[in-house]
Write a protein that binds this ligand. Structure first.
Ligand SMILES: Nc1nc2c(ncn2[C@@H]2O[C@H](COP(=O)(O)OP(=O)(O)OP(=O)(O)O)[C@@H](O)[C@H]2O)c(=O)[nH]1
Ligand SMILES: [Mg+2]
Length: 373
């Protein structure tokens, strides 16, 4: 009897256990609803195939990787956006002229606008006379048409110049930078070093400013940025010898271009102007040829730049002007005067302090920016 009871109890226990397991119990944790399982081949955090240096070795989706942001190439500054000061000097006059028919006030305002923009008295007179003649010949009655005639006149006065930066027939070519103190020579060289080496040229910088303390360090900083070689001399060394050494070094290495810095100097200091003549002469004693002498003028000094240019041209044959700091100048009209009165083309324009803020001078774009409202 006892045995029958024991067997019955055991049967009941076994049946209960079987039912429990059959319904999915037995300690197994039910899957959580709403939590998707990763698909095979991907992993929420799969670093198994990542390389030791932290780069993704292709081991599936890795949410810890930062998103890949395509770096936009640095955009060239445009005249339109950087000439706000120079444009500002014209805007009020243009708006006033465009809103009316042609009368005496039209010509007075036009003259005032040009003078204020530092076009210079002489050039202003000749521009106004030419526009007046064309207005009469075309029976122009609207102010807006006068502005269009002015636009065409300014463009025509800036046309026909060769603005290309020349390379010599034999390497290395030497581009010499001259100008008064603080106009932007060293900065321009730095910007050009980057630009020309990006263009595939091998560039050597010559720290020809041995006068100002820290001038060579300043140039060296630009050389580092551009990844170009620099040749320096001791402080107080003869600038001619530094430029000569740089040309020799460039020649030995088969480099294409030497960008030679010089100390800022006042254009009325005869001995300093003679020093410049010597630098230019000695630069060509070795293998290289000077194919550009670029006078750097600060656009904010306006008409004074013309006096400087006349003196520098006498000491070294200037082949082109770099007009720096046009971004901060209301005297954009100086561009017209430089071409008109000196007959030297503006080849490059500085539109800011950054490495990419140097642009080729485009006369049409410049005039359109200047006369836009
Ligand atoms: N806004 C603006 N600043 C500029 C430009 N070019 C140069 N500068 C600034 O002008 C100052 C003088 O520039 P430098 O390149 O040292 O001038 P520099 O002619 O070599 O001067 P010195 O060697 O002392 O004769 C610096 O603060 C430059 O950053 C430009 O195009 N725009
Ligand atoms: Mg300098």
């Amino acid at each position: 009897m006892v045995w029958i009871i024991i067997i019955a109890v055991a049967a009941v226990v076994l049946l209960g256990a079987g039912l429990f397991f059959f319904r999915g119990g037995g300690g197994a944790t039910p899957p959580l609803q709403g939590t998707p399982r990763p698909k095979s081949g991907t992993s929420v955090l799969d670093v198994s195939k990542d390389t030791a240096d932290g780069t993704d070795g292709g081991g599936g989706v890795d949410v810890l990787d930062p998103p890949v942001v395509e770096e936009a190439p640095p955009s060239k500054p445009t005249f339109r956006e950087r000439l706000s000061k120079a444009r500002g000097a014209f805007t009020g006059y243009i708006t006033s002229i465009v809103g009316r028919g042609v009368d005496d006030q039209t010509w007075e305002e036009l003259e005032e606008a040009l003078i204020r923009a530092d076009v210079g008295v002489q050039t202003t007179q000749s521009v106004i006379e030419s526009v007046q003649e064309q207005a009469a010949a075309n029976k122009v009655t609207e102010g807006a048409e006068v502005i269009e005639l002015l636009r065409a006149e300014l463009k025509s006065r800036l046309s026909g110049f060769d603005r290309s930066l020349k390379m010599a027939d034999t390497s290395p070519s030497i581009w010499l930078f001259v100008g008064v103190n603080g106009v932007g020579k060293t900065t321009t060289i730095g910007k050009l070093a980057k630009r020309e080496s990006n263009d595939g040229k091998t560039v050597v910088l010559a720290a020809g400013d041995t006068f100002r303390a820290a001038a060579a360090e300043q140039l060296e900083m630009w050389a580092d940025r551009a990844g170009t070689e620099i040749v320096r001399g001791a402080e107080g060394a003869d600038p001619s010898s530094v430029v000569f050494d740089a040309v020799e070094s460039a020649s030995a290495k088969g480099a294409d271009l030497v960008l030679a810095d010089t100390a800022g100097r006042l254009h009325n200091k005869t001995n300093l102007m003679e020093e410049l003549t010597k630098v230019r002469r000695v630069a060509e004693k070795g293998a290289g040829k000077v194919s550009e002498v670029l006078l750097v003028l600060d656009a904010t000094t306006g008409q004074n730049g013309l006096t400087q240019a006349a003196q520098f041209t006498q000491a070294v044959e200037v082949t082109g002007v770099v007009l720096s700091k046009l971004d901060g100048s209301a005297k954009g009209g100086i561009v017209i005067a430089i071409h008109q009165e000196l007959g030297i083309p503006v080849k490059l324009v500085g539109l800011g302090e950054g490495a990419d803020d140097l642009v080729d001078f485009d006369p049409d774009e410049f005039v359109d920016a200047l006369l836009s409202t």
